[in-house]
Design a protein around this ligand. Structure first.
Ligand code: GDP
Length: 331
């Protein structure tokens, strides 16, 4: 896509619901090419007034927990109920494993061919910061194209779930019953950002396990005092068993997700949450860009090993070393 981008045509195509132009617009926001970056920002400015209308939901869980089966089943229900559903992913690890979580579209065969759904694989290049940026911008495109539910999938490893929680209204943690301590394997940090917890694979011989795991997890969560926004809206994350295979419990999970968003709305927190997310995003980009510049600066790279060595050996104070590095960037 090195040729000049016709931003007006792309914007119109997205607003008119053209799938092929929407796909091109996403490719544009994913691009690192400076000319594309400029065109993408122009496009986003054009589309921003038409964005913001979706319920943005993050869905996280460790590999194998059933995320793609869940999204396929839930998404199909939602389109059946008249929603238009977009599915995105944040999976920076895909650069290493050479295949993103949504790269293999056959994992969501029904949704991928559903005219009311749009399944987009994770951008496969770059750092978490870069992938998160592209995903946030893609959410704007999806909303401008009229999708009213945006599901952002992420693997429950690393920092990606924090990045996703920072771009959605409601964060859904998918888990499964485990023998022994139910909290084992679930990082405490992720429970703190979960707005709804679903215990998947509650079917067949495992149904009882899933139900008791859900009850255990619910009581563990009751012990945790709600903080921040959850306290402000008086929200306790419900823990619900479900089966993505049979569909049992999926309606209840979605109802809980909608209740969470209604609670945000009712307490006047939704607009504030989104506004704060935008400002945080701005600063995250400033930090990313500064760090990029710093790490790619030849003068800085030259002195880094020496400075690190001297700080490690206690021969130079961290403050002086930091100043030395920043001086080289003229900061
Ligand atoms: P992901 O890695 O989290 O996306 O997980 P997948 O959706 O690929 O599912 C992993 C495996 O669990 C697959 O073999 C699915 O068929 C199976 N699975 C997913 N959901 C359910 C469920 O609700 N019940 C049962 N029994 N198996 C499920």
């Amino acid at each position: 896509m090195a040729r000049k981008v016709d931003v007006a045509a792309l914007a119109k195509g997205v607003l008119d619901g053209s799938r092929s132009l929407l796909a091109r617009a996403i490719t544009l926001v994913e691009s690192h090419h400076p000319e594309h970056r400029r065109a993408a920002q122009e496009l986003l400015m054009e589309l921003l007034p038409a964005a913001g209308g979706a319920h943005r939901v993050g869905i996280s869980g460790v590999p194998g927990v059933g995320k793609s089966t869940f999204i396929e089943a839930l998404g199909t229900r939602l389109t059946g109920a008249g929603h238009r559903v977009a599915v995105l992913a944040v999976d920076p690890s895909s650069t290493r494993t050479r295949g993103s979580i949504l790269g293999d579209k056959t994992r969501m065969t029904a949704l991928s061919t559903d005219p009311d759904a749009f399944v987009r694989p994770s951008p496969s290049a770059g750092t978490l910061g870069g992938v998160a940026r592209a995903t946030r911008e893609t959410i704007v495109l999806m909303e401008a194209a009229g999708y009213d539910v945006v599901l952002v999938e992420t693997v429950g490893v690393g920092q990606s779930e924090i990045a996703v929680a920072a771009m959605v209204d409601t964060f859904l943690l998918l888990t499964i019953a485990r023998t022994g301590d139910q909290l084992q394997g679930i990082k405490k940090g992720i429970l703190e950002i979960a707005d709804v917890v679903a215990v998947n694979k509650a079917d067949g011989e495992h149904e009882g396990d899933a139900r008791s795991a859900a009850a255990d997890l619910a009581s563990a969560l009751r012990m945790m005092a709600p903080a921040g926004e959850s306290a402000a809206i008086d929200w306790r994350p419900p823990v619900l068993p479900c089966s993505s295979r049979t569909g049992a419990g999926l309606d209840e999970v979605w109802e809980a997700v909608e209740r969470h968003r209604a609670a945000l709305d009712q307490h006047g927190e939704l607009a504030g949450k989104r506004a704060t997310q935008q400002v945080d995003w701005m600063w995250a980009m400033v930090r990313d860009r500064l760090l990029d510049r710093l790490q790619s600066d030849p003068g800085v790279r030259e002195v880094l090993p020496r400075l690190e060595r001297e700080v490690r050996a206690g021969e130079r104070t961290p403050t002086l070393a930091a100043q030395d590095i920043l001086d080289r960037l003229g900061l």
